[in-house]
Design a protein around this ligand. Sequence first.
Ligand SMILES: Nc1ncnc2c1ncn2[C@@H]1O[C@H](COP(=O)(O)OP(=O)(O)OP(=O)(O)O)[C@@H](O)[C@H]1O
Length: 623
Amino acid sequence: MTSTTSPVPPPPPAEITYSGQYSVNPLGEASFRSLCAQLPSVLAHITAMAWAIDRRAVLLLLGCQLATGTAAAVLLTATARAMAPVLGAGAVADRLREALPALALIATASAVARTSVAVARYAERRITPRLTTATDTALVEAVCRVEAAAYAGEGFSDRQEAAEMGVTRTQVMIMDAQRFLSALIKLVTAGIVVSVLHPLMLPLLLLAVAPAGIGAVLTARVDYEIHYANIADRNIRGMTRWWATTPKYGDEVRANGMTDYLLYWYRALSERVDRRTVAAAPRTLRIALLSSLAGGAFLAATWGALAWLAVTGQIAPAIAATAVVAVQTTLAALSQLVIEGAAVFHTSLYLGDMQAFFDDAAARAPQRGRSAVTAPVEEIRLDEVVYRYPGKDRPAVDGVSLTLRRGEILAIVGVNGSGKSTLTRLLTGIYLADKGHVTWNGTDLADADPATVWNCTGLVPQIFAQWPLRARENVTLGQPRSHDDHEVWDAVDAVGMREAIEELPAGLDTLLAREIFGGSELSGGQWQRLACSRALYRRPPLLILDEPTSQMDPHGEHAIFERIKAISADRITIVVTHRLENTKIADHIVVMEQGRLTERGTYDDLVHAGGTFANLLRLSRER
Ligand SMILES: Nc1ncnc2c1ncn2[C@@H]1O[C@H](COP(=O)(O)OP(=O)(O)OP(=O)(O)O)[C@@H](O)[C@H]1O
């Protein structure tokens, strides 16, 4: 059979832009002068960052710059001193003997310069990896520590992506700054020597290099503009890449015939990014050509002036020869200065984004009270609680009042999107209520230190992480209570996973990551059992299970609910579920509709009430 339908071309990826209040490109406003004026503060900022990492290496680096500069000055003055006898009259041997001290000085200065370059490289290598690690870790920590509500805030992930670039730039930042400083010192010393030879030479040289400097900064500005325009697409492309290439999602990608589309989308996003970059190429070419033209003209004038001074006898041949060396040195230093200055300036743009993200993340860090919540948690109350996600018209939770007491099991049911998971986030203090209060033992969560609250909670979320760690850490995850595995096995038994874990090649020591050599993979239901055992291992005063058995076989589901019931006396337990039969274990059931609690009662009450619960139960039985 042949297909008669012609293939429909896939739709292009959505045009997503880095938008909203953060869409203003900071470069759009800045003038060339103000950008250059930023350099000292950027250098100070980079030095402060490096200083915090390794003071001795920073001092070593600065010492090396001084040594390089001094060596350059000595080299030039010694060259001038050697030129007179070398170019003078008399026997060659006599002239060389006369020049010998100056030549020895030249050799020593060269050795010092080369040694200090090598030592500076060593110092830079001591700082850079640790600086990158420090900023990278700070970025991860900043993201982990913000109020969870910030994730839904405008442009948060785009600004995070922009900040990642700042972290990447730290890999070259110290080297750029060091080369900039070394060029500056060389320039000052060589410039002094050139000025001493003739006062006209330095201004001419500055003019020769200034166009290249302006060109380099303008090019950096164009590069940053492109980077800025591409942030959103790069962000989406990164996520697409992750979902498309992570083996865990490989089945879904293949069996849904998504490969071609994903590849098409990935390519389309990349091409869009490339198009913006390529479109800027003529601008950068124009900048390069114009700056080279202007620079070349001024350089020709410099050499012309030197020739004129020598020909008209205004400077001696020996001085003229030294001037050639000095001009070359100054020129090289100036070129290095503008190139590295542009690099430092370029880096400063990304560091600015990184710093802005850190400042923003700090502003979004939990600013709650310091009251400590301690176990046992006897009562949790919600009083007219309202929560609305940023950008949404309707609250996800709308005026909910509820009291939970130790020893009770509460079941929350309702259709998709009715606000159940949001309610659990409010109960655990992951989100703070916009209006109303959530109190634990009388303490308002807005006044409580969140760490003390989360010491008392255990959560099995709908979408749980499958950590690429050993089986043991997948149960304990950062909270080992004892040095033997007794309690780990207790938690494993509670979810019926002993047999499965014992069958793994190294038992609890088995790495649960298929893609890494030596790792083993679990089934979906087994992963979910482990997520449950992780929450149970904590023995939390508040246990929340959001669809905890959605991937489990009936046997596993039954065992988990039996266990939840068996351990419920010591804690408050909340179960969110669409399998209404499971709510039989609950002391109370609440039904959510559009963020509100519309029904509440026991299983028997609600079955006979003829409302939403009874309706949903009937539908599930009719299937
Ligand atoms: N991170 C978020 N950002 C913005 N809106 C959200 C976010 N999470 C949920 N919502 C919205 O809040 C409302 C309630 O969502 P919630 O996840 O609490 O529902 P639910 O009852 O748990 O649904 P389900 O049964 O599908 O798990 C929905 O309209 C949803 O679109």
